[in-house]
Design a protein around this ligand. Structure first.
Ligand SMILES: C[S@@+](CC[C@H](N)C(=O)[O-])C[C@H]1O[C@@H](n2cnc3c(N)ncnc32)[C@H](O)[C@@H]1O
Length: 243
């Protein structure tokens, strides 16, 4: 597997430091627009979440988004069980304090190389958890290793109102990674936040991939064996002739 560039990893460590300097939970999650806009620009994640289920936030920071999504989901009669992973150990410690009843649902890991111990009905990740060049491979990895069959991968992108920067068109990235976009949603005129999602189908998952790899190995073995059976008699003939 390709390793993440040192400069990218360094930036992630700096990001953790900058979040930890804040005390406000919204700012600790990397958002400077205040609580009202937080909800306006983050609740769209639930547009991809029609039913109850386990929800993994990849890059969950201090767990505040998870806490809010559980509460906002409850208001829509959708019951979510929160899970989170982040490469920042101190951020994960904050998430565990925030949601103590779910302390065992959090992991410290880099999402690019992490193999989750289980799959989830809903998985949410921002596109910038990896450098842009690795985004298609990252999306494939999330679909095949993180999401259960029939579940949903939700990819998110945030822009900036103050800088008048539109959120990245993440649906285009999903299509470029070779997946069908099952739905998308956005907020704001720019728009300032976007999500797009993929339904993980039979054949996307890790089990299916392993079965396909096994079938391919078996076919290769049989093909190799039959070629060997075909050439062995001729090989022995040749050897006899040269002796
Ligand atoms: C902007 S915060 C997102 C918080 C929340 N998920 C949200 O959408 O508002 C980004 C978080 O992702 C984490 N992160 C970025 N890349 C990551 C990676 N490759 N693996 C694990 N965590 C990552 C950072 O440490 C940071 O806490």
């Amino acid at each position: 597997m390709v390793e993440l560039p040192v400069a990218f990893l360094h930036r992630l460590r700096e990001l953790e430091g900058s979040y930890l300097r804040e005390t406000d939970p919204v700012r600790q999650s990397g958002f400077g627009g205040g609580h009202e806009r937080w909800r306006l620009e983050r609740a769209l994640v639930l547009d991809a979440v029609p039913d109850d289920g386990d929800f993994l936030d990849v890059g969950c920071a201090n767990g505040y988004l998870l806490e809010c999504l559980v509460q906002w989901g409850h208001e829509r009669h959708v019951r979510l069980t929160p899970y989170g992973v982040d490469c920042g150990a101190q951020l994960i410690a904050l998430a565990q304090q925030r949601l103590p009843q779910y302390a065992s649902h959090f992991w410290v890991a880099n999402a690019w190389e992490w193999s989750p111990p289980r799959t989830f009905r809903y998985v949410y990740s921002l596109y910038d958890c990896v450098p842009e060049a690795l985004l298609p491979a990252y999306i494939r990895r999330l679909v095949t290793q993180y999401v259960e069959t029939g579940g949903t991968l939700i990819m998110g992108a945030y822009g900036s109102s103050s800088k008048q920067e539109a959120a990245r068109d993440i649906a285009t990235d999903i299509a470029a990674a070779g997946f069908r976009v099952a739905g998308s949603s956005s907020r704001g005129a720019l728009p300032v936040s976007r999500v797009a999602w993929i339904r993980a189908e039979q054949g996307h998952g890790a089990d299916a991939q392993e079965r396909a790899a096994h079938a391919w190995r078996s076919a290769s073995f049989l093909l190799g064996f039959s070629v060997l059976l075909d050439i062995l008699p001729r090989a022995s003939t040749i050897r006899v002739e040269y002796v």
